[in-house]
Design a binder for this molecule. Structure first.
Ligand code: HMG
Ligand code: MG
Length: 298
């Protein structure tokens, strides 16, 4: 019933940090990513090349993505909203580019200042150029399970955006529960609809833990045969353009569940804890994950 292996995609340096108001020093971001590279993770989203006026925390994207020590075998990815962002990602020579948009009109506009229809041609160009340059491309759909401005999001909207992104040539689609409102039944119902159109191997789940349901939703996804999950170490994160969005699913908590279930991830607990304690110290506060809340150094 359960998969033997699951891929964890660490989005902490991007999704985790983008919501933090106090600027984390560039060298600390780099040191943190270098620690993450030693944990056995195979995928790290390291930053985003967006307008620094919108996300000041990641204004140092080029420096971070250029100066990290890249370990062979790990995919280093960056979020990119348009061609200008792609230029930065190419200059830093990331392995993978992630484009993003929302299934709901209002969140899309608040987050990237365009309607859904205006976004398609922009992303089409980005995906085309990135593929031409030999990069793999990930697509994110946000507000799949609910929108902070519009409430319920119709499955037809999710399908339309997903289909269009796949037509552009993305290699993988990450389904975002941006504000953490999904429940396990809804997750299974949405996935059942998407599986009619897309291969499950090409889908990843991106849960936020606002209402404490992220792990339940992971379990529901595992039952459906999904084997790729995004998470953020310590449970850091959220989208600044989604009021109420709190932390991502915590990588350390996800590991607790998967390790306990005997599902292999390749991630080593002790090294992950080291990276978690490092960023916790830099943040100057105890992070939200259950693992860190319960952690007592002996
Ligand atoms: P805009 O203002 O409409 O852009 O913003 P524009 O094209 O009109 O340009 C305006 C200015 O921005 C110009 O500079 C451009 O050069 C500059 P000026 O001439 O005024 O000096 N600019 C840029 N600068 C740096 N990098 C760029 C870039 N593009 C334009 N790439 C834009 C449109 C998309 C840029 C803006 O809305 C933006 O940056 N949005 C990003 C918001 C964001 O990062 N949100 C969080 C990530 S999404 C998320 O968290 C959800 C996810 O985790 C999944 C889930 O949980 O659901 C992925
Ligand atoms: Mg997110």
């Amino acid at each position: 019933k359960w998969p033997a292996e699951v891929t964890i995609k660490e989005v902490g340096p991007r999704d985790g940090l983008q919501n933090e108001t106090d600027f984390i020093k560039t060298e600390d971001k780099i040191d943190w990513i270098n620690l993450l590279s030693k944990t056995g993770l195979s995928y790290i989203e390291v930053t985003s090349f967006v307008n620094p006026k919108w996300i000041p925390q990641l204004a140092d994207a080029l420096e971070v993505a250029s100066k990290i020590e890249k370990v062979p075998g790990i995919t280093y990815a960056a979020l990119v909203p348009n061609l200008k962002g792609l230029e930065g990602a190419m200059a830093a020579n990331v392995d993978e580019v992630a484009v993003f948009m929302s299934a709901s009109e209002t969140h899309n506009r608040k987050n990237i200042n365009k309607s859904i229809d205006e976004t398609f041609p922009v992303l089409k160009e980005v995906v085309g150029e990135a593929k031409k340059a030999g990069k793999t491309v990930r697509g994110y759909v946000s507000t799949v399970f609910g929108c902070p401005y519009e409430g319920t999001v119709a499955i037809e909207e999710v399908i339309k955006v997903s289909e269009t992104l796949f037509e552009m040539g993305i290699d993988e689609l990450s389904l975002g529960d941006t504000i953490g409102v999904a429940n396990p039944r809804q997750v299974q119902e949405v996935l059942a609809q998407l599986f009619k159109r897309f291969a499950k191997e090409k889908l990843a789940m991106h849960f936020h833990n606002t209402h404490g349901m992220a792990l339940a939703n992971v379990l529901a996804s595992l039952e459906m045969g999904i084997t790729t999950f995004d998470s953020s170490l310590g449970g850091l994160g959220g989208c600044p353009y989604a009021p109420g969005a709190s932390g991502n699913l915590a990588t350390d908590d996800l590991l607790t569940m998967l390790d306990g279930m005997g599902i292999s991830t390749g991630v080593q607990r002790e090294k992950l804890t080291k990276a978690a304690l490092f960023i916790q110290e830099k943040m100057g506060r105890k992070l939200n994950s259950h693992y860190l809340q319960a952690f007592n150094p002996s």
